[in-house]
Design a binder for this molecule. Structure first.
Ligand code: SAM
Length: 190
């Protein structure tokens, strides 16, 4: 993981970022091939702007927000006062998630994969798929221009998901790269 610069930390809580998240996240989630439901894991939750949007847009989902940086603890404690048991926060490195296999219906990474070093992208995606239920969806959306200038990175994401047996059900290329990948198999509990 690359450490966040002071600017990145500031930006992730800045008004333009918050406005962008409010506009972009519902649009991205509307492209989800299935109705959003059940237990969702968010990778790299930062200041919780995506988490708030998910919880407000989908009142029936439960969200676990995973974030490595200690600053998030206090922010999420305050958010839990609003969202109660629907929101859990786990301080965790997404390269080694502290969750059991097939724990979540959906795993989402918004503006997070771009923060991972190239050589760690495969491992992060494999780890995300490990905790995703069979037939569950992995959603990724990231700004390619700002943090993923290398189109090889985007290709690496797609290639890894395909190698892991996922089906790519939605891919949007451009300044913002978004995709939904379905993990192979059928969840017997669904
Ligand atoms: C740009 S922020 C995105 C926050 C949120 N998803 C949003 O869109 O508002 C990316 C977050 O990923 C976190 N992150 C980067 N590498 C990580 C890792 N290895 N494990 C957990 N979190 C990580 C960073 O600390 C940062 O808070």
């Amino acid at each position: 993981m690359s450490r966040l610069t002071t600017f990145q930390k500031w930006w992730n809580n800045a008004l333009p970022h918050r406005i962008h998240i409010r506009r972009h996240v519902p649009k991205f989630l509307s492209t989800c091939p299935d109705p959003l439901r059940g237990e969702i894991l968010e990778l790299g939750a930062g200041h919780g702007w995506t988490s708030r949007t998910i919880l407000e847009t989908f009142p029936h989902v439960e969200l676990t927000a995973a974030e490595v940086d200690v600053f998030a603890g206090e922010i999420f404690r305050e958010l839990q006062a609003t969202y109660g048991a629907r929101l859990k926060m786990q301080q965790a490195d997404i390269r080694h998630l502290p969750f059991g296999d097939e724990s979540f219906h959906v795993v989402i990474a918004i503006n997070t994969i771009g923060y991972i070093d190239d050589r760690e992208v495969k491992g992060v995606l494999r780890e995300a798929l490990r905790v995703l239920r069979k037939g569950g969806l992995m959603g990724i959306s990231d700004i390619t221009v700002a943090r993923m200038p290398s189109f090889t990175r985007r290709a690496l994401v797609e290639k890894t998901l395909l190698e892991e047996g996922c089906e790519l059900e939605y891919v949007r290329k451009g300044a913002r790269f978004s995709l939904w990948a379905r993990k192979a198999g059928i969840d017997v509990e669904s």
